[in-house]
Design a protein around this ligand. Structure first.
Ligand code: SF4
Length: 369
């Protein structure tokens, strides 16, 4: 082994230690060969499964050729940070139609800043190590902020395997975690012990999906996914998905909740990810009463902020339309109708029609038990 290989091996070991010191639960190193994943992404885009997420197609090969995004990149350090809040009760909330279900990643503070800051710190430690030993290096930290194939990189780095629900599943941590990366110019030794795909014959995630968003195992039509419909979709929610949405007002976790590997998920110790303003357990009617000023105040620093007040109310109107009818909720919607935007008003009218007709009771909704 040459001196520089020995230094890089030492550094790879230190990166794992530093990563854990910075709070990451899993950390691994991989090369940049993502061509196979690039082909799958191209086929997915060609099928139009990305819907209006044009940014998924916008960067072309940069996504699966890390060196085109960050010149000189030879390796990627992939890191995961658990986010499942403690004492969370997702199934109880899903079963209570008076409550608003917010995806568990979004009930606390937004993760981007926190993760990017820690990864930048990791990159800095790497740089200091190199500078002290006369090694040249460059690097850059990302978390869901650039055209990066996060899941593919995590799988290659040994953090888990991409499951049938398209999430990274880990035998140690389930799937309730965020991912982040450091692209580096250093030829670090890679982690060549990937976790074996252990989905086996299980198809629980495919069957539980309320909107049948899986075209097949490992293939998601985002246009049908409640996460897409409630967050990415700017316009009206297509009628066929409104009833299956149930009370999910920001994202959906059903295909994670049902996954048996999530028995191994551990609650996060990060207080930033603990629920704020009761967003893990909010009453639909109470949230619908928020005016824009209250929405902006209570979602400051939260991922929910990005959908804005109008889409928030659009989603709430649908969920209220799926709740138990009663004079209070009907009155609430009627009162909101005259001042609502065209988008929200159309969803309120849909909700009122359902509540007045009692149609919401006819179908048994699919959800994890
Ligand atoms: S997040 Fe929900 S809607 Fe989207 S694929 Fe999973 S179960 Fe289906």
């Amino acid at each position: 082994m040459s001196t520089s290989e020995a230094l890089l091996a030492e550094l790879a070991g230190l990166i794992k230690i530093w990563g854990r010191e910075l709070g990451f639960q899993q950390i691994g190193i991989t090369d940049c060969h993502l061509e196979e994943h690039g082909e799958r992404l191209t086929a997915w885009l060609r099928a139009g499964h990305h819907g209006t997420m044009e940014w998924m197609a916008a960067h072309g090969e940069k996504r699966w050729r890390p060196g085109l995004l960050e010149p000189n990149t030879l390796r990627v350090i992939s890191a995961s940070l658990d986010y499942l809040p403690p004492d969370t009760a997702p199934v109880r909330i899903l079963k209570d139609s008076s409550k608003a279900y917010v995806s568990r990643y979004a009930t606390g503070r937004d993760y981007h800043k926190l993760i990017r800051k820690r990864l930048a710190h990791l990159a800095q430690k790497i740089e200091l190590f190199c500078n002290a030993r006369g090694l040249h290096c460059s690097g850059r930290a990302f978390t869901d902020s650039a055209p990066v194939m996060e899941r593919a990189l995590a799988e290659k780095a040994g953090l888990g395997w991409i499951g049938k629900n398209c999430m990274v599943l880990s035998e140690n941590a389930g799937s309730w975690f965020f991912l982040g990366e450091v692209y580096t110019s250093l030829a670090l030794p890679v982690d060549d012990k990937p976790q074996r795909n252990q989905c086996g014959d299980c198809t629980a995630c495919l069957k539980v999906c309320p909107t049948d968003a899986f075209v097949g195992p490992y293939q998601l039509d985002a246009r049908r996914c409640i996460s897409y419909l409630t967050i990415e979709n700017l316009g009206p929610i297509p009628e066929e998905f409104r009833e299956p949405m149930g009370n999910r007002v920001f994202g959906c976790d059903d295909c994670q909740i049902i996954c048996p590997w999530n028995r191994f998920a551990k609650p996060t110790a990060e207080t930033d990810f603990h629920p704020r303003h009761g967003l893990d357990n909010g009453e639909l009617s109470q949230l619908f009463r928020w005016d824009e000023e209250e929405f902006l105040r209570k979602t400051a620093g939260s991922a929910i902020r990005r959908i804005g007040y109008e889409r928030w109310r659009r989603n709430l109107a649908v969920a209220i339309g799926n709740s138990e009818p009663g004079p209070e909720v009907i009155g609430l919607l009627e009162q909101a109708l005259p001042s609502a935007s065209a988008l929200v008003a159309e969803h309120i009218r849909w909700a009122l029609a359902r509540l007045r007709s009692g149609r919401h009771r006819k179908r048994k909704l699919r959800r994890p038990q």
